[in-house]
Design a protein around this ligand. Structure first.
Ligand SMILES: NC(=O)c1ccc[n+]([C@@H]2O[C@H](COP(=O)([O-])OP(=O)(O)OC[C@H]3O[C@@H](n4cnc5c(N)ncnc54)[C@H](OP(=O)(O)O)[C@@H]3O)[C@@H](O)[C@H]2O)c1
Length: 251
């Protein structure tokens, strides 16, 4: 691979992205990492790989044009963006039914997850169009097909993400841009950043879901990242607009 190849990763300090970041660096990629509040994991990476990492702090709830910051990094480094791995997410952490949910909570989740997806796509697509090459992986969730009681905003936002990728696959195919959504079931993560009550809600949900998974375990980071790497790779020359469920056999 060329030494100037780069990947844009959002939610970069998160669980899944942190695993992917390290794999990407070991493969030789440069990384442009979007983070929100937390950057503890990224600081550790940065001290190890300072020349290969650039950080951008952004709250996707804000309606901000993200391209100028990308432009400035590309100008100063000479990197070429090959792919986007879009992991950032807001969750329905109030775990309320729609009837009891506040408009503010709903709007925030839609702002971060749907409008945020729009913004990051608008920022990277001009590069991909110009170079006639680009691979995009968005993170959905299997709630796009089973729903999420007490999480309707999150499940609606993930369904929107999957449909954005279907639409874009058709719009951008002529520029050799590929876009897919990966929709995992429960992944085992470090959930210490969640409130105690939300952790409890998740634990109950996971316990219930585990009994329905034929392979009897959560998805691992490797299960998800392995597919992402294939979709991003040169080996993928035909798969675009798809939503891939990673659910251990649960339909
Ligand atoms: N974990 C699972 O079981 C599971 C299952 C299915 C799908 N997924 C999907 O897989 C992806 C990664 O999941 P994960 O478990 O690794 O998530 P995670 O550890 O919670 O990471 C999510 C990241 O999104 C960032 N974020 C939150 N609000 C943001 C905002 N307003 N603007 C910018 N960034 C924001 C967070 O940053 P801050 O902490 O600084 O706010 C965090 O780094 C997500 O899209 C998730 O929906 C996860």
């Amino acid at each position: 691979m060329k030494s100037n190849q780069a990947i844009v990763i959002t939610g970069a300090n998160g669980n899944l992205a942190s695993y992917f970041n390290r794999q990407a660096l070991e493969k030789g990629y440069n990384l442009i990492l979007f983070y929100n509040h937390q950057n503890t994991r990224l600081q550790a990476l940065q001290s190890e790989f300072s020349q290969k990492i650039r950080l951008i702090k952004t709250d996707f709830a804000e309606s901000k044009d993200l391209k100028p910051e990308l432009d400035s990094i590309i100008r100063s480094t000479g990197w070429q963006i090959d792919a986007l791995f879009h992991c950032s997410t807001a969750r329905s952490s109030d775990f309320q039914s729609l009837s009891d949910s506040t408009p503010e909570t709903w709007e925030r989740i839609i702002d971060v997850n749907v409008k945020g997806t729009f913004r990051i796509l608008q920022a990277v697509l001009p590069y991909f169009r110009q170079q006639r090459h680009g691979k995009i992986v968005l993170l959905g969730s299997n709630v796009t097909r089973i729903g999420l009681p007490r999480g309707s905003a999150y499940s609606a936002s993930k369904a929107a993400i999957a449909n954005i990728s279907r639409s874009l696959a058709a719009e951008e195919a002529k520029y050799n841009i590929f876009i897919n959504t990966i929709s995992p079931g429960p992944i085992k993560i470090d959930d210490s950043h969640f409130s105690e009550s939300y952790r409890k809600f998740r634990e109950e949900y996971y316990r219930e879901k585990m009994s329905e998974i034929p392979l009897k375990r959560c998805a691992s980071f490797e299960d998800v990242c392995g597919l992402a790497w294939f979709l991003i790779s040169e080996n993928n020359q035909y798969i675009t607009g798809e939503e891939f469920y990673i659910t251990g056999g649960k339909l």
